[in-house]
Design a protein around this ligand. Sequence first.
Ligand SMILES: [Zn+2]
Ligand SMILES: [Zn+2]
Length: 229
Amino acid sequence: MKILSISDVHGEENENLYKYINENDIDLVLVSGDITDYGPLEFVKEFFDKLAECEVDIIAIPGNCDPSGICNAINESGVFCLHKNIIAYGDAILFGYGGSNETPFNTPGEIQDNKIYGDVYELLAEYDYIYNDQVPKVRILLTHAPPYNTKADLTESGDHVGSQGIQKSIHEFQPEINLCGHIHEAKSIDKIGDNTIVANPGMLKDNGAVLITINDGSDFNVELVDLSE
Ligand SMILES: [Zn+2]
Ligand SMILES: [Zn+2]
């Protein structure tokens, strides 16, 4: 099973995305938010309709730069909005949390970091109730904001601006993979503790993406890719 993770579309398509999907037999595309650039919501359906022509499944969450109504717009495009949701997909279990911790720019989708912590904690804790842990699954936490103090949250000016709530929840539950976005210049793969791979694909228009190949629940690989190559 092949999953392609992209983020921070900001209303700009990239033809290389469709080409990459068709040439690499991608099963599922995960979109980590900032689909629009403060709207318009009409772009969401246009973008996902075109992506769906590649015959892939699509799952998305909102970013802090998406206006209110974004979850409805995602669902109305026939795409599953994973925000505060959990879904099983093959040998993966996907958890989603959109928006971001507070920024200096007063954007629409900001959430206080202690609330993010409570929400993401609850989401990851659900896993133990609904799935049998005897069967290995790759737990993928899809967020817009990157966890604090990683390569994924490092700005050009050298500051770590990620979410401490997401960082803390990852420490507690150690999902196998966290796919994020939000900090456009922080395309990277990093690790939290021994068990969690953190990957930020960067912006779609810069050809940023992350490829996740899952052979089974205990055998998977995560790599950064360039959609133009
Ligand atoms: Zn963004
Ligand atoms: Zn953002």
